[in-house]
Design a protein around this ligand. Structure first.
Ligand SMILES: Nc1nc2c(ncn2[C@@H]2O[C@H](COP(=O)(O)OP(=O)(O)OP(=O)(O)O)[C@@H](O)[C@H]2O)c(=O)[nH]1
Length: 602
């Protein structure tokens, strides 16, 4: 039994790229829980995409032992959290399982938009916050400046800040001592009825759904019958354990600890993140507060390129959902693309991540339709409906008013890029609420603007217009009246429902031109001429044409080398696997993606 005074539960929060995963690596190395020769960077980022993109998508928990100066052996449960705004929901869940947080700030970048957003979240949950200045080894590090920002922008005492270099392992021991000293030990009651919070889950092919829990009260052991309060289901516990690198079974989990529970849960939907677990025979009096419901902000449909893959796609979606409670989906069908799923995402990065995971982890070839936000539409018959799919958009004659979601966007930028960013926000129909000089070099801009405008290319352009220095965070605030139309795309005179999108009327022709141009670039030439048209109702607002071509890949192979010819034909067939036949036109998967990214700026 580990006394609670020797346990510390904390998370690492920060703006994207400020070094959370690197710091978690140092903690793990310092604790020697992994042999040096087996160690690899970003050890907690287990998904390939996380490693390649260098971003954390899912929070990961791990326990590291630490022997403090006082001679005691502490058990530090640390959770590495994602930094990108799309995944702030993961951060809020991680925070609920901890007593403290390390707020990491890059010494050369200073306080950024998500530093503030994450700080507010930690304060809301009453966490003890330790400000940590990272990357002090960089020549461009401005430790004094960041100390000032900690006082001035964050309202935290600068003398509390710990200065480290996660990369070069400077200040790591001092930081761990600070964690032990400053972060309160958990104070659960061992003898009280079991009360555990599910803060995450994952799926294992052999063991089923596995819950990641924080125990607030009581003790749980294999063999116990547990009751899930929200879903009202009972399961028998097969195994409990702690997070090491991987999983380590143990005899029991006690109040104050973080660990996993395996209970033969086969149906994915039986595990609900935010749910309270208690004992069947001795239940706790009330459920833990849980989490706010995740709200999808971006919607898009997914279709398999090959209609025969529908069942595989369906199974893959269910598995992904268990690892990613924020993914929403339901069945959908399209005249052009057949059966698929309508999905809700937290943002565009989330959408891209799901797409990549379906392709890599499940080997599926899929297409996504243009993303959309959720619109409210008042109909002339007095009804009010919510539309997230362009196909459900009513006829103009039935529409009384349309509304779209607005966000409050906070941008922090070095002052020399303010002009660029103001033009960008204005172009995106933004309305400036505030402009604050944080110090002589940095400006905070606050805008309200339609969510649909930040969906396409806002983030990329923000980064390129500020040479990567500006940061951005947003929250959805309300819905406002707008003027919405459905833009249809016609290939060879046939509307392709999967390419339709809902757009702000004054931008319709502009968007249509951008999309038609992109499609012309992406669709290969066929043996016939293909007109590409953009239409609003019966009015054609844009047009491009792909001229005819007879494509014979074997033409180059004069002479009689049949095996070479066959190889080329095979190659052509491979390429076709990533094509979707729409009517008599072959649409490459890339074409759907390019539509998705054509914000209309070029
Ligand atoms: N020079 C220097 N570079 C560092 C230090 N810590 C992290 N980095 C680098 O900063 C980059 C981002 O580090 P990560 O640990 O991936 O950042 P993160 O905050 O986990 O990023 P997300 O998970 O995507 O939010 C990597 O290239 C690291 O090598 C440091 O102390 N000094």
């Amino acid at each position: 039994m580990i006394p609670q005074k020797l346990i510390r539960n904390f998370c690492i929060i920060a703006h994207i790229d400020h070094g959370k995963s690197t710091l978690a690596d140092r903690f793990i190395q310092r604790a020697r829980v992994v042999e040096d020769r087996l160690f690899q960077d970003q050890i907690l980022d287990s998904m390939d995409i996380e490693r390649e993109r260098g971003i954390t998508i899912k929070s990961q928990a791990v326990t590291v032992p630490f022997e403090s100066k006082d001679g005691q052996l502490y058990h530090l449960n640390l959770v590495d959290t994602p930094g990108h705004v799309d995944f702030s929901y993961e951060v809020s869940r991680a925070i609920s399982s901890c007593e403290g947080a390390l707020l990491l700030i890059d010494a050369s970048q200073g306080v950024e938009a998500q530093t503030l957003a994450n700080l507010y979240m930690a304060i809301e949950h009453d966490l003890e916050i330790i400000p940590v200045i990272n990357k002090i080894d960089l020549p461009s590090a401005d430790v004094e400046g960041v100390l000032e920002q900690i006082e001035h922008d964050l309202g935290l005492p600068a003398e509390d800040a710990v200065k480290i270099s996660a990369k070069n392992a400077i200040g790591i021991d001092e930081l761990l001592e600070t964690v032990v000293e400053r972060i309160p030990a958990p104070t659960g009651d061992y003898d009280a009825p079991l009360k555990a919070l599910i803060f995450d889950s994952h799926y294992n092919t052999f063991r089923g759904g596995i819950m990641h829990c924080r125990l607030f009260d009581g003790v749980i052991r294999p063999g116990d019958d547990i009751h899930m309060l929200a879903t009202d289901r009972v399961f028998n516990v097969e195994e409990v354990g702690r997070f090491r690198i991987g999983f380590e079974a143990c005899e029991e989990l006690q109040a104050g600890q973080v660990g996993y529970i395996v209970a033969g849960i086969r149906t994915i939907t039986d595990i609900r993140v935010g749910e309270t677990v208690t004992h069947r025979d001795r239940p706790c009096a009330e459920a833990l507060p849980g989490f706010r419901e995740v709200k999808s902000v971006v919607f898009s449909s997914i279709f398999p390129v090959d209609a025969n893959d529908y069942n595989e796609l369906s199974a893959a979606m269910e598995k992904l959902q268990l690892n990613d409670a924020s993914l929403f989906f339901e069945k959908d069908s399209s005249a052009a693309l057949g059966f698929g799923f309508r999905c809700g995402f937290l943002g565009l990065l989330h959408l891209e991540v799901i797409q990549e995971r379906l392709e890599r982890e499940f080997g599926l070839s899929i297409v996504f339709t243009a993303p959309s936000v959720s619109y409210r539409i008042d109909l002339s018959n007095g009804e009010s409906i919510t539309v997230t799919n362009p196909q459900d958009f009513p006829a103009q004659t039935e529409i009384e008013r349309t509304y779209e979601p607005f966000i409050k966007a906070t941008l922090i930028t070095p002052s020399e890029y303010v002009g660029n960013l103001i033009s960008l926000c204005t172009e995106k129909r933004g309305n400036q609420l505030d402009m604050i000089y944080l110090d002589s070099k940095r400006v905070e801009l606050v805008y309200e603007m339609p969510l649909s405008e930040v969906l396409y290319d806002f983030y990329d352009r923000l980064k390129s217009l500020s040479r990567g220095y500006a940061s951005f965070d947003y929250e959805v605030i309300d819905v406002r009246e707008t003027d919405l139309v459905r833009l249809d795309i016609l290939l060879n005179g046939q509307p392709v429902d999967a390419l339709s999108m809902l757009v702000y009327r004054p931008n319709a022709a502009f968007r249509a031109r951008a999309v038609c141009k992109k499609l012309r670039e992406e669709i290969p030439r066929h043996q016939f001429k293909i007109p590409i048209q953009g239409a609003v109702g019966s009015t054609i607002v844009a047009r491009e044409t792909i001229s005819a071509l007879r494509k014979d890949v074997t033409a180059k192979c004069y002479g009689g080398d049949i095996s070479r010819k066959r190889k080329l034909l095979e190659k052509q067939k491979e390429g076709k696997k990533r094509m979707k036949m729409v009517g008599n036109v072959e649409l490459p998967q890339k074409a759907f993606l390019s539509v998705l990214k054509s914000g209309g700026d070029d």
